[in-house]
Ligand binder design. Structure first.
Ligand code: TYD
Ligand code: MG
Length: 481
């Protein structure tokens, strides 16, 4: 007889305990243990009697059906997956509720179905009528996507085993799926893991690609199925600030492609629009002529991306001044502030400091140090930076400006968008072959930059200012495609 084993499973990391406790010792989270029936995903009766079958072992060099990729018909999505969906692969797409996961996948599946592939969309959250309503709004109701509102993994697998193998199956979402092989409630770690396992097995066996949609908890973890992240081939995260229309699709893990690429979309009344030139979008609403803003020439994956950093430095009334940052690493901000204070004589301990990356983008590169420092000093001394300059470079703890990768690509993008000057590390100048298209201000130490900005501050109000104001700013018109 199968003995039911009840135990307490952490809903965050999947660790199991045989009694309840407040804190999970494995991942350190509080109040995440829930009582679950953890009888194995294969019934005990089968487990004990089944005799192992023999299988053929292969050589590394054998002829394998190559891994053809299925293009999604959306350039930005293909960029993040590494060129399309690989046969038999399983992707997890995570993101906050309402960010646009279902919209993105409805658009992509419709394009693929129109291209003649068998595409199946299983919605576990919305009724068929709701999915249809969305497709209608997107102008895609004529696409031959095969639709179902189902949540039982066994039913889904046996339905899809009939007829031609689907090229792509979307499961929206994995938290709503349940399987008979385990007895816990849907949405628990055990159910999510067992359902994902069954679907992954189906993908590997048949060669159909599967996209699992996963919900994200408030601290950004894909809820419950953190365990699923290890099982799938790729994890994509769909991000964006709720109030902003920009959406960024980022590869967190990818067995078949790069992990640092991003896809940029804009949410419109007619669904997601692909943004092929994100720099233009992120710079389209610049506050020209205010102190405290600097344009950072960054790189996301293989693509250069220009974005504005905004800083506000204001005298504080608090004992401990505030440090608030949106879109950048707070510990990098602390480091830049410490270097400014220790090596450049910029006293900020009596000031609140706010730093924001415009457009809802998150920057991960240390190359943003120099632009952040420029924006901070500009705000402190109330001196506007040249509107046609870009900044990039990493700052070391000794105040030296260190070189960063891909200098030519950054300069090329800046020149393309009409910028005239670049402030960059001295040691990166060697990488710039011939004419860069901009005037370069190569600096070796952060002190030099601080002195230059401070000089602009003291010049303000004198006769040299009007020339600066009249300089034509670069064009930031939004591209049409
Ligand atoms: P949805 O794809 O349902 O999000 P998710 O599946 O990630 O929960 O998107 C919901 C939001 O997108 C909703 O707030 C409305 C908005 N939206 C638009 O702005 N335009 C559109 O064309 C569509 C379909 C949705
Ligand atoms: Mg949805």
């Amino acid at each position: 007889m199968a003995k039911n084993t009840l135990s307490f499973v952490c809903q965050n990391c999947g660790a199991a305990y045989n009694r309840w406790q407040g804190k999970c010792e494995s991942c350190g989270e509080w109040n995440t243990l829930a009582e679950e029936d953890t009888t194995g995903s294969v019934p005990v009766s089968i487990r004990s009697k089944r005799k192992g079958r023999t299988f053929a072992l292969e050589s590394l060099s054998g002829k394998t059906q190559d891994a053809p990729r299925l293009s999604s018909g959306m350039t930005e999505l293909d960029r993040v997956t590494g060129g399309g969906f690989v046969r038999g692969s399983v992707l997890l797409v995570g993101g906050d509720p309402g960010i646009g996961k279902s919209t993105l996948l409805t658009q992509a599946t419709s394009l693929m179905a129109r291209a003649g592939h068998r595409i199946v969309y299983i919605s576990g959250e919305e009724a068929i009528a709701q999915v249809r309503l969305r497709a209608e709004r997107l102008g895609l109701s004529d696409a031959p996507v095969q639709l179902a509102a189902e949540t039982s993994v066994e039913d889904i697998v046996s339905t899809l085993s009939e007829g031609a193998v689907p090229r792509l199956i979307v499961i929206d979402s994995i938290q709503t799926m349940w399987t008979d092989t385990v007895e816990s409630a849907p949405g628990t770690v055990t159910q999510v893991r067992a359902s994902a396992q069954a679907l992954i097995r189906f993908a590997k066996k048949t060669g159909a690609a599967i996209i699992l949609v996963g919900h994200v908890t408030k601290d950004g973890q894909i809820a419950g199925p953190r365990v699923v992240e290890h099982m799938v081939d790729a994890v994509l995260s769909f991000e964006g600030e709720g109030s902003q229309q920009f959406r960024i699709l980022r590869a967190v893990k990818n067995r078949f492609g790069p992990t640092d690429e991003i896809g940029v979309f804009e949410m419109t009344g007619l669904g997601l629009r692909e943004v092929t030139n994100p720099s233009e979008l992120f710079l389209s609403e610049r506050d020209l002529g205010t102190p405290g803003t600097a344009v950072f020439a960054g790189i996301e994956g293989t693509r250069p991306l220009l974005v504005e950093l905004q800083a506000l430095v204001a005298p504080t009334s608090l004992g401990t001044p505030r440090r608030a940052v949106v879109g950048w690493d707070p510990s990098r901000l602390s480091m830049v502030l410490a270097v400014l204070e220790a090596h450049c004589g910029v006293k900020l301990s009596g000031h609140d400091v706010y730093l924001n990356v415009a457009g809802g983008l998150r920057i991960h590169e240390p190359a943003a140090d120099l632009a952040a420092a420029a924006a901070l000093v500009s705000s402190l001394v109330n001196a506007q930076l040249p509107t046609d300059a870009v900044y990039f470079g990493e700052i070391s703890l000794s105040g030296v400006v260190r070189p960063v990768a891909q200098t030519p690509a950054r300069l090329k993008e800046a020149a393309k968008l009409g910028f005239q000057h670049a402030v960059l590390p001295e040691s990166a100048r060697g990488e710039v072959g011939g004419d860069a298209g901009l005037s370069l201000n190569a600096i070796n130490s952060l002190t030099t930059l601080v002195a230059e900005i401070a000089a602009r501050g003291s010049r303000r109000g004198e006769s040299s200012a009007p020339a600066e104001k009249n300089a034509t700013p670069p064009r930031f018109r939004r591209g049409e495609g």
